[in-house]
Design a protein around this ligand. Structure first.
Ligand code: SF4
Ligand code: SF4
Length: 594
């Protein structure tokens, strides 16, 4: 009810402002950290830079331990389409590349690059860009090297949000300066102190997107900022719209609804309806990159809560939170823990020894008096207050029942993934049910199940592909066999029968001739009585053959099988000749004796 009353009051003070469903108005607690100007934090003893500081792929490390780096030097380059580079926040030595605890609710370690500063803070060679006279596509490609990401907390790489254009359908650029969450004041202080630079950054973004309409949306609890931005945009085609202080008006879709009256369909991105949204700190980082060539190495952080002197600091990425706490006069003795972000969407840090990253807009030192332990959760009484407060018009109590009973399919059907985890439902729940934790649990279970299903689908597809390949190879082999068999048959059919018969006849004739020749060469007919003349002639012939055989044997020793056959023939011929001679001698003796 309070929220509705506040909103109605706010509407009276603002024109052309539309209303979104639900919302809450928790105590703002912003004034404590806006009493002092932004202060520059001193160089820490070491800077620990997690590689995982943005949405998307972790960047690829470009340095090794022992390297000396200069301020602004690239130490990890963007890897893949959605990724962001990381640069050295000061000059010094790379002293470690190892896993260390990062600012994440899990408290788990992750890969970090540690720099030990040399104290000189020496810049690398910077290359400012004349953005008005450079091709848009080149400018966007260059932003990929800048490491600039959404500094409102989303940490989406900025070059992706600007990439579409040149041929863009974006007609409206919305600058998100609502900063709706309690305690956080970094954007407020930035607008108070650096409104001119913000406006120059807005002009760059407008140029890159070719947007016609530019609107800055600021909550009405930031009077100094509204005045500063109005003064900075007085001669520009930029509107400043004041929106009521109502959480979560800083959500991009809620802000678009508030200032344009346009609801972005839940299944579409804002660019699909011609609207792009940037945070004020992000456009300022764009300006510093183009104007001075400075990559993203620092940000403004609110250090507030239970510290002696709450204020905003400009902090180098990688600075330990302990340094920030000390610079704010230290935490008071009853500090129980530290929160990164606001009390609605932030999370309790695993330790204050973790570093500041690109997502860290606020650190709250929490005490039991400021952040009481929630009373035990009671059963849901179906009061529907959560549904009244939900800015996305969901049914939080239904989502709670479904996720509690692991009925994730139903939770999905009830648009669980449209939940922006703003915590407005938990905030109003009289039963103190930690509703957002249930939604996070449900989302993580559904995502895990989807991933497992995806892996199973890939494995199944691979197996089907393998079976198809085996079958294909089998068919190819069968076709080859069939073709070979067909070819043999055809050759056989092509050979004429008479040619075959002629070949057989020729072979038979050759065999016959050889046999006859052997017979002729063998023994003489037994009825012929050889004379001494015949015998002498035959002996002479045998001697001549023997000589010839000996010569041949000497020359062709490499063919022993042939030589042996010849030798056998010679031996047989000699034996026959000797027998003939003995017979002839006997006959001669017989004649002389007669
Ligand atoms: S506000 Fe809490 S008790 Fe009421 S319906 Fe929602 S979950 Fe149930
Ligand atoms: S946390 Fe989700 S369900 Fe709850 S109010 Fe916010 S958007 Fe609605």
């Amino acid at each position: 009810m309070n929220a509705i009353i506040n909103f109605t009051k706010a509407l009276k003070a603002t024109k052309d402002i539309f209303r979104f469903h639900g919302g809450v108005h928790p105590p703002e607690r912003k004034s404590k950290s806006t009493q002092l100007p932004i202060s520059q934090l001193a160089l820490p003893e070491k800077l620990v830079l997690p590689l995982r500081q943005h949405v998307g792929n972790i960047p690829k490390i470009k340095v090794t331990i022992g390297d000396h780096v200069l301020k602004g030097q690239l130490i990890a380059e963007a890897e893949g389409t959605i990724s962001a580079a990381i640069h050295a926040p000061t000059s010094g030595m790379i002293s470690a590349i190892e896993d260390a605890t990062i600012p994440h609710p899990s408290g788990l370690p992750d890969r970090c690059i540690t720099i030990t500063p040399d104290g000189k803070d020496t810049w690398t060679i910077l290359k400012p860009l004349d953005w008005r006279n450079t091709d848009r596509q080149d400018l966007v490609a260059s932003i990929r090297l800048s490491g600039v990401v959404g500094l409102g907390g989303a940490t989406f790489p900025t070059h992706i949000k600007l990439r579409a254009n040149g041929k863009s359908d974006v007609h409206t650029l919305v600058i998100n300066a609502a900063e709706c969450e309690p305690y956080i004041t970094c954007d407020d202080m930035l607008m108070r102190e650096r409104s001119d630079q913000i406006v120059k950054g807005i002009e760059i973004a407008q140029y890159l997107l070719s947007a016609n309409t530019i609107i800055i949306g600021i909550e009405d609890n930031k009077r100094e900022s509204i005045a500063a931005m109005r003064a900075a945009t007085a001669d520009k085609n930029i509107q400043v719209k004041v929106v009521p202080t109502l959480y979560p008006s800083g959500d991009a879709r809620r802000l678009v609804h508030l200032i344009l009256g346009q609801e972005i369909p839940h299944d579409k991105r804002s660019t699909q309806v011609g609207i792009q949204v940037f945070n004020v700190a992000t456009v300022l980082a764009l300006y510093r990159y183009f104007e001075f060539g400075e990559p993203s190495i620092s940000r403004i952080v609110s250090m507030t809560g239970n510290v002696v002197s709450p204020r905003n600091f400009e902090v180098l990425f990688g600075t330990p939170i302990t340094d920030l706490v000390k610079a704010a006069g230290d935490a008071k003795p009853n500090t129980s823990h530290f929160i990164m972000g606001g009390p609605m969407m932030g999370f309790q840090l695993p330790s204050e020894h973790v570093p500041i990253t690109k997502a860290a807009n606020c650190i709250i030192a929490a005490s039991p008096t400021q952040f009481e332990d929630p009373p035990p959760a009671m059963p849901c009484i179906r009061c529907a207050r959560c549904a009244d407060a939900c800015p996305v018009s969901l049914q939080p109590q239904e989502l709670y029942w479904f996720t509690k009973s692991d009925n994730f399919e139903k939770a999905h059907d009830y648009n669980l993934f449209d939940c922006i985890e703003c915590g407005a439902c938990s905030y109003v729940c009289p039963s103190n049910i930690p509703l957002v934790q249930y939604y996070r649990y449900g989302k993580s279970e559904i995502i895990a199940a989807d991933k497992a299903q995806e892996a199973a689908d890939i494995a199944r597809e691979r197996n089907e592909f393998r079976l198809a390949r085996i079958e294909r190879e089998k068919q190819v082999r069968a076709q080859k066999h069939a073709a070979r068999a067909q070819g043999t048959k055809a050759t056989a059919e092509k050979t004429p029968t008479n040619a075959k018969q002629a070949a057989i006849a020729a072979a038979v004739a050759r065999a016959k001739a050889q046999k006859e020749a052997a017979t002729a060469e063998g023994a003489a007919p037994l009825n012929v009585k050889p004379t001494s003349k015949h015998v002498k002639a035959e002996m002479a012939e045998i001697d001549a053959r023997r000589t010839s055989v000996n010569l041949t044997t000497t020359k062709t020793e490499q063919k022993p099988a042939i030589d042996q056959a010849k030798q056998d023939k010679i031996n047989a011929a000699i034996a026959r000749a000797k027998a003939k001679k003995a017979a002839a001698d006997a006959a001669k003796n017989d004649i002389e004796n007669e």
